[in-house]
Design a protein around this ligand. Structure first.
Ligand code: GN1
Ligand code: MG
Length: 350
């Protein structure tokens, strides 16, 4: 059997046979995502999983199936996995063609960026809720869908390998970024998280992975559970903050536009503090570090991929990974300048 795209795989999922309109959603850097609409109403999400990035799809889908029942709460919107007609949680065609289908949350919307403090507050609340619910889950059933995903030492090794092998013109174009990466690595690489609790984290809590209600803008739930696995809370905190307080897109070329918006930060903290009983004192102390660590990790990964010739992330133009890196590094600098400020706000609120 050969699949040429979303149309061809629809019959293999146990949904009503209707005339769905299939619309690609282009935000992600990894999977191919499509919305299925019925009379203009988004009804299902269909995704082709990137089997190069996720080498063990079975394990990844297991993690999602472990997590979903815990995410059941009146203040959290449930998403369900649609099984295939033979009862499997995903469809495998040929050697490396994997598809899955999920329900779409009605009347929901996602934002790539925001200027709205109400959205920032809601984002804080829902991330707190996600963690409160998942803290009930046994840690060890979850396995790493990408081992060492947020491990800076691993990312540093991959970066060094990439610089050793990169073409001279790429090294030249990325000269400034490489210098910043090396300097910052010296500073944060040997950072010791001490005895911070390991939690089941989302590990990709950028703003556009949060769904909000179209009308009242209440946060509904987190989407994209591909990297639900063990981690530290400051990973999820940092990823959310980097995409909320910076009001421009991740690959913004004009670095003067990159912001650390204090109103948005304080609103996010406010929201999180409403659902944060689970956080320990030590975790609270490490939150601000996450805001520096996460953009730096993403920046160094984008830089590594640029040097390797864009083999990991989808790009729409040759230097997009380098642009993302520069923009993420510029935000890393902003985060560094705001460390004391963040600590103050956090200490007041928690
Ligand atoms: C990738 O494809 P997407 O947008 O869900 C990446 C995340 C990054 C994100 C944006 C598995 O996620 O870590 O935050 O791009 N996911 C993976 O930078 O690498
Ligand atoms: Mg993702």
């Amino acid at each position: 059997m050969d699949s040429n795209g979303p149309n061809a795989v629809l019959p293999y999922f146990s949904i009503e046979r209707k005339d769905y309109e299939i619309k690609p959603i282009s935000q992600g850097y990894i999977n191919d995502t499509y919305a299925l609409l019925l009379d203009d109403v988004p009804t299902y999400i269909l995704q082709r999983l990137n089997a190069q990035v996720f080498s063990n799809i079975d394990l990844l889908m297991q993690n999602i199936q472990y997590a979903l029942p815990y995410l059941y709460d009146k203040n959290y919107n449930q998403i369900s996995l649609i099984r295939t007609i033979d009862g499997k949680p995903y469809l495998k065609i040929n050697k490396s063609d994997y598809w899955r289908m999920l329900t779409m949350v009605p009347d929901s919307v996602a934002f790539n960026t925001t200027q709205d403090e109400g959205i920032a507050l809601e984002a804080g609340k829902i991330i707190g809720k996600f963690h409160s619910l998942l803290q009930e889950a046994p840690l060890d059933i979850f396995k790493d869908s990408i081992p060492g995903f947020h491990d800076l030492n691993l990312r540093a090794r991959q970066f060094t390998e990439a610089t050793d092998r990169a073409a001279p013109d790429k090294l030249k174009d990325a000269e400034k970024a490489i210098l910043f990466a090396k300097m910052t690595l010296e500073e944060v690489r040997f950072y010791d998280p001490g005895n911070l609790p390991i939690r089941i984290c989302h590990n990709d809590t950028k703003l556009n992975n949060i769904l909000f209600h179209k009308e009242d803008k209440k946060a509904l739930c987190l989407i994209d559970l591909d990297t639900v696995m063990k981690g530290y809370f400051h990973f999820d905190f940092g990823d959310a903050v980097r995409t909320i307080v910076n009001t421009v897109k991740e690959d913004e070329k004009d670095l003067s536009k990159i912001t650390f918006n204090k109103g948005l930060f304080e609103a996010f903290i406010d929201g999180l503090s409403k659902n944060s009983d689970f956080l320990t004192k030590e975790e609270i102390q490490h939150l601000s570090f996450g805001v520096k660590l996460m953009p730096f990790i993403h920046g160094i990964r984008a830089l590594t991929d640029y040097l390797k010739g864009n083999i990991y992330y989808k790009v729409t133009y040759e230097t997009q990974n380098l642009d993302r890196c520069l923009s993420l590094f510029a935000f890393t600098k902003k985060a560094t300048e705001h460390m004391d400020y963040m600590q103050e706000v956090i200490a007041k609120k928690f």
